[in-house]
Ligand binder design. Sequence first.
Ligand code: IMP
Length: 444
Amino acid sequence: MPDYQTSPRTHTAVVGLQWGDEGKGKIVDLLTSRNDVIVRYNGGANAGHTVVVGTERYAVHLIPSGILNADKMCVIGNGVVVDPEKLLEEIDSLRVRGIEVGDNLRVSDRAHVVMPYHKVHDAALETVLAARAEAGGRNLSIGTTRRGIGPAYADKIHRSTAVRMGDLLDEGRLLERLSVICSLRTAELAALGVDAPPLDPAALTAKYGAFGRRLASHIEDTTYLLHDCHRAGRSILFEGANACLLDIDHGTYPYVTSSNCSALGIPAGTGIPGALIGRVYGIMKAYSTRVGEGPFPTELHDETGHRIRERGHEYGTTTGRPRRCGWLDLVAVRYSAMICGVTSLACMLLDVLSGLPELRLCTKYRLPDGSTTDRFIPDAARLAGVEPIYETLPGWSEEIVDATERTRLPENARRYLDRIETITGVPIEIISVGPERTQTLVTT
Ligand code: IMP
């Protein structure tokens, strides 16, 4: 056995510090060249990473974006919920574009499967909850991506109604499980108002067994695989999906996703102890966005919010929904950096702010009783009652998309970045000024 007590903290993590869509894919792509193995540890096809290489734009949902580099191993860890149909679509669409997907993609046999009834359940529950609003009640829907994420994780916790990737490789076992699951789920879906024929265990077994056969060469025990890589001295990059404020335990509950998407999810979602991770990159936009429901203290409903949405192309990669936009909330970012143990920040989409006469940074919240706090409130109902307290900084008019060094940025842009560092206490080591790989200022 290796001496884990003295193992160096060699591995790296990339996590989003806001409500998702911070541009993690671009940073993972950048850091991929410095690492050997790229690992997803949470979430499912609710995430969407876009990477632009030259004139080509790649959107991946389940496969780590490191797949664009053929010599890297990409791993989907046990903490991910995998929709095999979507995974196969993604593999096929990458192969059509000449990207190799073979031995370089490994999927945990213990990752849970998103089944079709999970997606139907997700959408039906959201519809029922949203319909309350039409009847004069409060809309209690979460605004999910309807990708079946919550119901799949719920089954993981239920245990008796779960299906894991390894189960797809044994049709006898799969049929046995699905026979029970289908009768229970048919009744539950009917109770949610779904008008559909009963779920058919034999048909589902045939379809998902076939997916299993196609994916068989990728499915294995990834925990031992990752420890073997660690012992062999290979460096691992953990790629967070979704983001810290959507973490099931530490986010703005209940308006969160169903996994631990902060860096705290890495050990449980991969089997690699947190003590082996030495660097954590926290990815943040130069402003804030959110999709779906939930509190957002710095949200802008005015022309500035509209301008940020259009300049930043703030429409969802996964669902196409327009994102809610607002000023940078540093109370939230500082909290996420604390939870994730962030060692350096990447500030994305700084170019989107060019041309705004002044910029605001939220540094504190005013509570309903008039007192102030610089602590985040990871509870939706209480967070909805705060008022942001801003520091106002002058903006810059110059376009910065061609900037090559931080020191050459307009003075007010540098001042904005300096304030972020001072308030969060974390150095900004990467600044992104455009979607291209080349539009990235790296200071380490
Ligand atoms: P779910 O993950 O589909 O259950 O959605 C729960 C909430 O998380 C919704 O508000 C989604 O919009 C949000 N969400 C989930 N994944 C992402 C992401 O990758 N980016 C941004 N929001 C996300």
